[in-house]
Write a protein that binds this ligand. Structure first.
Ligand code: DGL
Length: 276
C-alpha cells in the first residue's frame, strides 16, 4: 500500500504548482497526475458539471491504483470535495480549501483576510466557510473575509503573461477592492496564481502575507500520509511521476515548463470513463 502513488488531478496544467510542492516535500513518493485538458477551464462551469468531471477524474486515478487523492484544482475542491468523500469512502481525499483556509488563519494577525480565485470557487463560498470554521475551532471569528474572482488570471498565466504590463493592469483592477480594506493576508485560491505572486505582492504591499493553498496542501498531504502510516520512505529509490492529459498533450508539455521549471517525461493521453 505504501508504495502506491499519490493521485493528483486538476482541470489542466495549473495543478502542476501543487505537484511541484508535493515533489519538494515528499521526494520519495510516486505521483500520478491527471490534467483534464479536454475540458479546462472548470472555473466558469456549473456545480453539476464540475462535480461530474471531478468524479470521473477520481475514477481514472483509482484505475491507476493510487493510495490517496489530492484535488489540486481549487474549483473542483470547492465544489466537489464533500461529495467525492461520500462517493469514495475509505479513500483519503485532500482538497485545497481546508489547507488554504487553515494556513490563512495561522498567518493573519488582524483577522482581515482576502481570497482570490476563479468565479466558481468564489461563487461556492467554500473558502469563507472553511476560514470561519477554522477560526471557530479556536473559539474565534475572523474580522472580515473579502472574496474576489479574478477570471482573467488563468488565461494570462497560460499565455505566459506572468509579469507583463497587461497583467499588472488586470491585477490592479481585481485587487483594488482588497487593497483599501486593511487585509493582512491574501489566499491565492487558484492553481495558477502562485505564478503571479510577484505582481500580486507588488500591488498588495509588504504588509500582506500571500498564502499559497498548494503549498499548504502539500504540508497536509505529508501529515496525512504520516498519520495513516502510508508514507513510501526512501527505500526503493526516489519517487517518479506519471502524467496523463485528456487532450492537447503538446500544449501541456510546453506550458508545464513554466509551472514546474522543467518539462515532463512520461506523458500519456487518458480516456476518462473508458476502461484503462
Ligand atoms: N485549476 C483551476 C483552479 O484552481 C483553475 C483553472 C480552471 O478554471 O479550470 O481553480
Amino acid at each position: 500500500m505504501n508504495a502506491l502513488p499519490i493521485g493528483i488531478f486538476d482541470s489542466g496544467v495549473g495543478g502542476l504548482t501543487v505537484l511541484r510542492e508535493l515533489r519538494r516535500l515528499l521526494p520519495d513518493e510516486h505521483l500520478v497526475y491527471l490534467g483534464d485538458t479536454a475540458r479546462v477551464p472548470y472555473g466558469n462551469k456549473s456545480r453539476a458539471t464540475v462535480s461530474r468531471y471531478a468524479e470521473e477524474d477520481v475514477q481514472f486515478l483509482l484505475s491507476r491504483g493510487v493510495k490517496m487523492i489530492v484535488i489540486a484544482c481549487n474549483t473542483a475542491s470547492a465544489i466537489a470535495a464533500p461529495q467525492l468523500r461520500e462517493q469514495f469512502p475509505g479513500l483519503p481525499i485532500l482538497g485545497m480549501i481546508g489547507p488554504g483556509s487553515r494556513a490563512a488563519r495561522a498567518a493573519t494577525r488582524n483577522g482581515r483576510i482576502g481570497v482570490i480565485a476563479t468565479a466558481a470557487t468564489i461563487g461556492s463560498g467554500a473558502y469563507g466557510t472553511r476560514i470561519r470554521e477554522s477560526f471557530a475551532e479556536n473559539g474565534a471569528a475572523p474580522a472580515e473575509i473579502l472574496a474576489q474572482a479574478c477570471p482573467l488570471f488563468v488565461p494570462l498565466v497560460e499565455e505566459g503573461e506572468t509579469s507583463s504590463e497587461i497583467t499588472r493592469l488586470v491585477a490592479e483592477k481585481y485587487l483594488a477592492p482588497l487593497r483599501g480594506a486593511g487585509i493582512d493576508t491574501l489566499v491565492l485560491g487558484c492553481t495558477h496564481y502562485p505564478l503571479l505572486k510577484e505582481v500580486i505582492a507588488a500591488i498588495m504591499g509588504e504588509g500582506v502575507a500571500l498564502v499559497d493553498s498548494g503549498e499548504a496542501a502539500a504540508v497536509e498531504t505529508a501529515a496525512l500520509l504520516a498519520e495513516r502510516g502510508l508514507l513510501r520512505g526512501p527505500q526503493g529509490g526516489p519517487g517518479g511521476a506519471q502524467f496523463y492529459v485528456t487532450d492537447a498533450a503538446a500544449r501541456f508539455h510546453a506550458i508545464a515548463e513554466s509551472f514546474l521549471g522543467h518539462g515532463v517525461d512520461h506523458l500519456s493521453l487518458a480516456e476518462l470513463g473508458a476502461a484503462p
